[in-house]
Design a protein around this ligand. Sequence first.
Ligand code: FPP
Length: 263
Amino acid sequence: MERPPVPSALELQVKARPLPRHVGIIMDGNGRWAESRGLPRLDGHREGSVSVREVTRAARRLGIPAITLYAFSSQNWARPAEEVAGLMELLREYLESERSEILDNSIRLNAIGEVDKLPRYVREPLERLIADSSHNTGMVLSLALSYGGREEILRAARGLAEAAARGELDPAQLEETDLESRLWTQGLPPVDLVVRTSGEQRVSNFLLWQLAYAELCFTDALWPDFRTDEFLRCLSQYQGRERRFGLTSAQVQREDPPQRAKA
Ligand code: FPP
C-alpha cells in the first residue's frame, strides 16, 4: 500500500465510534457514469475498480472486519456478451494488480456465489489468491461473483432437504443457524450495513437473508464517484442510527439489546 493519506476530520470521527462489523456494497452506476461522458460502459466499470481499491483501503484503515462487494450478479450473465467479457477481463486484471496489496495488508480474499461458472482465466487467479491470503486476519474482502441471494437461499434449502431425506436432520428441529451455516457467507460477521450507490433504492437480490436487520444507506453518487469521503458519510449515517432489532427505543437505551450480539 502507498503511504496512507492523512486522515480527514470525518475519518477520525468515524474511526472513534462503533463501526459496522460487515458492510455490503451494491456498486451501481458505472454504466451511467460512462454514458454521461460519452464513453463506453466498460470505462465506467474500469473507473469503478478505482473506487473498489479506495473503499477497500479505507475499510482496512478504519478496522472494519469485513466488506462484501457485489461485483457480478447471477442475473448479470444476461448482459450483452461484450460487457460480460469486459467485466471478466477487468476482474482478472484486478486480481493481478491488487494481489500484493491484499497480501501485504493482511486482507483475506473470499468469494461468494457460483464461482464455478466464472471463466477459468478468472477462477484460477481468484482461487489462488483466496488460498494465498487464507491466513490473513486483518479484514475479509468478499467478492460476490455470479451471486444471487435467492440462489444462495435455494441452495441452502436444497442442502437441508437432502440432509433431511438422508435422515440426518429432523425438519421439526430446524433452527435459523442450520440454514445460515449453509449460506456462502457462513463464518463471516453479521451484515450491519448495506450501501447502494447511484440513487436506486432496492436490494437487487443481494444478501437477502443477511440484511434482515442491516441498516441501509442509499447515496446518489455513482459508483465511480464513490470514494473515501462518500464511504465515510455512509458510515457516519450508520453511526447515527438507533438499531432496535424489534425492541422499543426505551429498551435499547436501557441496555444492550440481547439480539445485538446475534444480528
Ligand atoms: C453495476 O453498474 C455494476 C456492475 C454490474 C459491475 C461492478 C463492477 C465493478 C465495480 C468493477 C469490477 C469489480 C471489481 C471487484 C474489480 P451498472 O453497470 O449496472 O450501472 P448502470 O446502472 O449505470 O448501467
